[in-house]
Design a protein around this ligand. Structure first.
Ligand SMILES: [Zn+2]
Length: 283
């Protein structure tokens, strides 16, 4: 069982600032033992923003920071924002809005520059970038890699972590090497929606039992997440907000105490330099 001293962190979920469950999802998470959250801004177009300039992303980031403050008030630990530009935006720009791939790249990089301002001021913890998880043509792939590498440059300057949304893979040493080339250590690059094993970046493992068991057996740094999307149109799309605490209970029942410590204390400290123990005060 989760005891009063065990932090429980969901490393990647979304909260809709207006239209869906928002803070109710945080209450559900806390009620079953969750303590800390990394909240990633929803894709800009899901919040009704069709960005033309980097500045247009600012309202997306500010609404996320606001709901994260409300989330922190509900948690025995706290929440932090992770801000960035969803890599799927490139297809909307190129396929639906007649951008060429270079223009889309420039806009997405400018959005990341604005996200970086919030990390620099201490209002956000980390950046989010990546590349499409589906097949795209070469020009779009190249532009997407350039966007991701720009995020690594920013992460290196700010000494902050970069979360990635990418294709499914268990081997991404080339991407980790790009980060290292930019001056960002590979252990500050996190692949969200990961399977239980990954070479290169740190895996943020989707919290189903099979993936978690593989991660726990491996004994290497990992994080746990749900990718809860808080989207009324896709109710069962991913895992619900109670999943991480429930799976932590399950891991502890099965003797994986060390893995729970790795995922909720040691890896968050190593990747983000956050202390999930000293920021935890259960009543
Ligand atoms: Zn997500």
């Amino acid at each position: 069982m989760i005891d009063d001293e065990t932090p429980v962190l969901d490393n990647h979920l979304h909260l809709d600032p207006e239209n869906h469950r928002g803070i109710d999802a945080v209450r559900d998470f806390a009620r079953v033992g969750g303590t800390h959250l990394l909240v990633v801004n929803k894709p800009s177009w899901h919040l009704g923003v069709e960005a033309e300039t980097g500045e247009d992303f600012r309202s997306v980031f500010e609404r996320t920071i606001e709901i994260v403050e409300q989330a922190s008030a509900e948690l025995p630990g706290r929440a932090w924002p992770v801000l960035g530009v969803h890599p799927g935006l490139i297809s909307r720009l190129v396929d639906d809005r007649e951008f060429d791939p270079d223009e889309a790249r420039d806009l997405m990089q400018a959005g990341l520059d604005v996200a970086a301002e919030y990390v620099d001021s201490g209002d956000a913890l980390a950046l989010k970038s990546g590349r499409p998880h589906y097949d795209v043509d070469d020009a779009v792939w190249e532009a997407s890699n350039a966007v991701m590498r720009h995020a690594f440059d920013l992460g290196a300057d700010l000494e902050c972590a970069v979360q990635l949304h990418t294709e499914a893979s268990e081997e991404m040493t080339d991407v980790a090497a790009w980060a290292e080339d930019a001056g960002l250590p590979a252990h500050k690059v996190v692949k969200h929606y990961a399977a239980g094993r990954l070479e290169g970046p740190v895996p943020s493992v989707m919290s189903d039992k099979d993936r978690l068991e593989r991660a726990a057996e491996r004994g290497e740094p990992f994080l746990m997440e749900t990718d809860y999307v808080d989207d009324p149109d896709r109710p069962g799309a991913v895992l619900g907000p109670k999943t991480v605490p429930r799976r932590v209970d399950w891991l502890l029942e099965n003797g994986y105490d060390e893995a729970v410590r790795i995922a909720h204390v040691e890896t968050p400290e190593r990747v983000y330099e956050i202390d999930t123990e000293s920021t935890l005060e259960r009543a």
